[in-house]
Design a binder for this molecule. Structure first.
Ligand code: TXA
Ligand code: MG
Length: 350
């Protein structure tokens, strides 16, 4: 299959391009498109055949449900068995935006879209191209991240092209995304709202909007690794680079010294070593490849650059990667959740 790559200016959306993409979606085909978090691989969410194509293109396990992307709150009402009162509050506070809500589904949503679950994940993305595509297609759009299963989520159209070229008919290239890590997922199907995947919208922000307690799925907390995560996708070893990744945590000077020591040992053994540093520390490392993820104080930049860096290390064929730790105040939990998974929870504390 030939994959058409179309550049699209978010500030001045080309009608013909959107129309072409929307027609493909309406015809049950796949289109990759930008959102504010990561690129999505979209298909008609209410068509079982279209959903199946997503799983095939990604090589995704069929028990891992998809997020349904909508453009207005009524779309949620249309596919939910009942709309919990918290959903309206959270939509008012955070939609369109990087928040996915899980509610009980009704019969309109096929099991193929929800991986056999009786609940459905719903999100209204904050990206003009995504919103226009949903509206123009007349569909609700099921979209996982547009990467091959097990690879880091794509934050640029070129990442999508590397994974999906020849597998889907169209990619809309809207440039680099703004946030760079996937949406926060909150489960509203039970009494106490529960975060199943941390993201840009934090627990504190959710609690403030709801005026009540929000808990975190114990299955996603590293120390509780015996418990199974509630979101099926969180149990897979996601976001894994080809090289062995190890995080080093502690005071900056000691982290730099330890990473340099470990890197030298690997290099002596003939291996190629990469380091994930910050603007402040990048010049202090000796390794084959040293990338800065951004300034340490700039949490947004760290989130935005993480997946791109992991992909670059893959391209450059390094054997081992050492990374500083980024438990920053606001989105640090989301960043560390992704990084720890990429590292298979290998952490050195010094
Ligand atoms: O930011 C995002 O959320 C991006 C963009 C494209 O919107 N999408 C995304 O989709 O990250 P995906 O498929 O890569 O991740 C969806 C996650 C998976 O971990 C899946 O298991 C979980 O959501 N999920 C979906 N429906 C669920 C449900 N009904 N119950 C529990 N977890 C669910
Ligand atoms: Mg994904």
């Amino acid at each position: 299959m030939h994959t058409k790559l179309i550049q699209i200016d978010s500030a001045n959306i080309d009608r013909n391009a959107i129309k072409e993409a929307a027609d493909l979606i309406a015809a049950g085909e796949l289109v990759a498109f930008p959102t504010e978090t990561v690129y999505g691989l979209g298909a008609d969410a209410l068509s079982p055949e279209a959903s199946k194509k997503i799983y095939a293109a990604k090589g995704r396990p069929s028990d891992n449900p998809l997020i349904v992307h909508i453009s207005k709150f009524e779309d949620l009402v249309a596919i939910a068995r009942e709309v919990p009162p918290q959903a309206k509050k959270l939509a008012d506070a955070f939609w369109p935006g990087p928040l996915t809500m899980i509610v009980w589904k009704n019969e309109k949503v096929p099991c193929e879209t929800t991986g056999g679950m009786d609940t459905v994940a719903v999100r209204m993305p904050n990206h003009p191209v995504a919103l226009r595509l949903i509206e123009e297609s007349g569909c609700l759009i099921a979209a996982p991240s547009a990467n091959t299963s097990g690879k880091p989520s794509p934050t640029e159209a070129s990442h999508v092209a590397l994974d999906m070229d020849g597998r889907i008919p169209m990619i809309l290239d809207g440039g680099a995304v703004g946030i760079g890590i996937e949406s926060t997922i909150i489960d509203l199907s039970e009494k106490t709202p529960m975060i199943l995947r941390p993201g840009y919208i934090t627990k504190e922000m959710l609690e403030e909007a709801l005026g009540g307690e929000v808990c975190i799925d114990p299955g996603i907390i590293a120390a509780d690794s015996m418990k199974k995560p509630k979101a099926p996708g969180m149990k897979y070893k996601h976001y894994a680079p080809k090289a062995d990744l190890v995080l080093v945590e502690g005071k900056t000077d000691r982290v730099v010294a330890e990473i340099n020591r470990l890197a030298a040992k690997k290099q002596e053994a003939g291996l190629r070593v990469g380091v994930i540093a910050t603007d402040e520390t990048r010049d202090r490392y000796q390794a084959d490849l040293v990338f800065s993820i951004g300034a340490r104080e700039d949490e947004d930049a760290i989130a935005r650059h993480l997946y791109k860096l992991l992909r670059e290390f893959d391209d450059q064929n390094v054997d081992a990667i050492y990374s500083e730790s980024f438990a920053t105040p606001r989105i640090g939990q989301a960043i560390m959740n992704r990084l720890l998974k990429a590292a298979g929870h290998q952490v050195i504390q010094i």
